[in-house]
Design a protein around this ligand. Structure first.
Ligand SMILES: Cc1ncc(COP(=O)(O)O)c(C=O)c1O
Length: 356
């Protein structure tokens, strides 16, 4: 018997059914590859990369660019292999023993629970209300009563799509102790347009996490970043291995960030599609559609599991939550291209109208 780390066997895995979908709308990705102008610039850049050197320069160049855009300094920015790496490291750094409590709403990003366990901390889920709104008093009380070391809010929230106001975030920041780090996971911020970055200077315990995987369609490159006070960045950096991001990802993210204006039309298109599909879904009998500020929509339907199976037979991959807490009978559908959205919608319509 191999002597694995204690607790590893019981760790839940990130559980997604993947296959070669005809229409893949299950992971909140962008269904378009690089814009042609970005691709052209990137190909030129990749031909000039120093493959023989550790990627110090590229790491700092991207940090500086992100810092400038937020009127911060590069010491306020930490990059990660996806925002996943950043979130996982934050849980690790603010965890370590069962005495360290990490508070997050539920339902929210399913990895928070897993990272809390991996960090050997105690995860404290705070149930969202029936409409997935956040009772900020309840959340603050949970943070305070548990003397939490880290509190996490995903804004807008995955998988519910709910956007929380910056004043709600500030209320939380104001009413929890300064020795509890407050992470706002803004993975879908570009579709929402509201950010808590403006609160960073006022609340030194605040941390913002962002990703290139969603609005910037760069899930394959695995790049994310965190914005926070210099002291927090210095501490979290200690948990990283040297040169944790490879030069191909850094160069790609650097070009994408320089050319981020190229992404505005597609972000607007995805928002328009989300609005269109939400109102179409709303017309279907027995389907509840939750308001979304992201690039996906969450629906509730009594026969969600059967509907999911039917969609699978049509080569359509959506995310079914099975019996996950607070998500019973829920399906999450990411916005694809207009034609793709029309196709999954037709399949859902057929099923709910009993024509499947
Ligand atoms: C809320 C949220 N945070 C973080 C992530 C991680 O994204 P990535 O590691 O690709 O940056 C995801 C991915 O789905 C997410 O939904």
């Amino acid at each position: 018997m191999l002597k694995y780390r204690t607790g590893l066997k019981d760790m839940p895995s990130y559980d997604v059914v993947e296959r070669d979908w005809e229409i893949k709308v299950n992971a909140n990705e962008c269904n378009m590859n690089l814009p042609p102008m970005v691709e052209d610039r990137l190909m030129g850049r990749l031909s000039r990369v120093a493959y023989n050197r550790y990627p110090n320069e590229e790491y700092d160049a991207l940090r500086e660019q992100i810092a400038d855009n937020h009127k911060l300094q590069k010491e306020n920015v930490l990059l990660g292999s996806g925002s996943s790496e950043i979130i996982e490291k934050l849980f690790y750094c603010f965890g370590g023993t069962k005495a360290k409590k990490i508070v997050y709403p539920e339902p929210s990003f399913s990895m928070y629970r897993i990272y809390a366990k991996a960090a050997q901390a105690q995860g404290v889920p705070v149930p969202l209300e029936a409409d997935y709104s956040l009772d900020v008093d309840k959340f603050v009380t949970a943070v305070n009563e548990n003397k939490a070391s880290l509190a996490v809010i995903c804004n807008p929230n995955n998988p519910t799509g709910t956007g929380y106001s910056v004043s709600d975030i500030e209320f939380i920041a104001q009413n929890i102790p300064g020795n509890c780090a407050l992470l706002i996971d803004e993975a879908y911020m570009e579709f929402y347009g509201r950010t808590s970055v403006g609160l960073l200077k006022k609340y030194p315990n605040l941390i913002i996490a962002r990703t290139f995987s969603k609005a910037y369609g760069l899930a394959a490159a695995r790049v994310g970043y965190m914005l926070a006070g210099k002291d927090i960045v210095t501490m979290i950096e200690k948990s990283y291995m040297p040169y944790h991001l490879n030069v191909l990802s850094l160069a790609t993210a650097d070009i994408v960030y320089q050319m981020r204006h190229e992404y505005v039309p597609r972000i607007q298109m995805m928002i328009a599609e989300r609005k269109r599909m939400s109102s179409e879904l709303d017309k279907l009998p027995g389907v509840t559609v939750y308001p979304s500020e992201t690039n996906f929509v969450l629906i509730k339907y009594a026969k969600a599991k059967e509907l999911n199976k039917y969609l699978e037979t049509k080569g359509i991959g959506v995310r079914c939550f099975g019996d996950a807490p607070g998500l019973n009978n829920c399906l999450r559908i990411s916005m694809g291209l207009r034609e793709e959205n029309d196709r999954w919608y037709d399949a859902i319509k057929q099923f709910v109208e009993g024509r499947a």
